[in-house]
Write a protein that binds this ligand. Structure first.
Ligand code: ARG
Length: 256
């Protein structure tokens, strides 16, 4: 009898200890690493994220910094391939993905998106003097288009022109370099990075496109709704007090 009682007691103790530590660990931190906000980006996308020396700066980096500050967290930025960001966020490698990332229905199946903090549109970059004058000429011909792998530019072009005419690069810069060296006939990329690339490389120009305006947002793991709520609240406050507008205008002076 005594023995049985003891066993039951031990079992209950173990169970309650287990429960205590389980609830402890779930309360421990809402971020991957306690006290830190890990952001995955692809830092070849000016003015949203790019290197200045060995520091990643830009609109996304500064907005993330302001959000982290509000949450009392230290921002840590990881520069990874654009098309690995969503997988990294859904496997809890990073807390957020922030990379001028467009909210799409397809991506929403894998991650949650925060409130929108900026917008973009896909632009076509061609060489000056190119016979490609608009999307119709581009589509009708046999031209090849360079895109950054896994981006909306890649998705649209693959849909419009077919797999065979799309050449994928791991960075936007590489696609632009391919255009400058005649490996592709055009590049499709978001408008603000397009402007930066054209400004930095001689002999290129931008064509207007009929594509819809895209919303940029941070992506988060589907299970981390607690962090999402906090981030959305921070973004709301930073929008209301003009911080986000000021950051965007710092990098895109003509905006606003
Ligand atoms: N807006 C596009 C998309 O979400 C391109 C984003 C590319 N971002 C980057 N940091 N390289 O697909």
């Amino acid at each position: 009898m005594k023995k049985i009682l003891k066993r039951v007691l031990v079992a209950t103790m173990a169970l309650s200890m287990g429960l205590a530590s389980a609830s402890c660990s779930s309360k421990k931190s809402i971020t991957v690493e306690k006290g830190k906000l890990s952001m995955a980006t692809n830092a070849y996308f000016p003015p949203y994220e790019y290197y200045e020396g060995n520091k990643i700066i830009g609109i996304d980096a500064e907005i993330a910094e302001a959000v982290a500050k509000k949450l009392g967290l230290e921002l840590v930025i990881w520069d990874v391939e654009f098309d690995s960001i969503i997988a990294g966020v859904s496997s809890n490698k990073y807390d957020i993905g922030m990379a001028g990332m467009t909210v799409t229905e397809d991506r929403k199946k894998a991650v949650n998106f925060s409130k929108t903090y900026a917008t973009g549109i896909q632009s076509i970059i061609v060489k000056e003097g190119s016979e490609i004058t608009d999307i119709d000429v581009l589509s009708a011909g046999t031209y090849k288009v360079g895109v950054q792998q896994g981006t909306t530019g890649d998705i649209y072009m693959t849909d419009d022109l077919g797999e065979d005419r799309v050449v994928r690069y791991s960075k936007g810069n590489d696609a632009v370099l391919a255009l400058s060296t005649d490996k592709v006939d055009a590049v499709v990329i978001d408008n603000e990075p397009a402007k930066s690339f054209v400004a930095a490389n001689d002999g290129l120009k931008i064509l207007e496109t009929p594509y819809a305006v895209e919303d940029y947002a941070m992506c988060l793991n589907k299970n981390n709704t607690e962090l999402l709520e906090k981030i959305d609240k921070a973004l709301e406050e930073l929008t209301a007090d003009g911080t986000i507008k000021a950051i965007i205008e710092k990098y895109i002076p003509s905006n606003g």
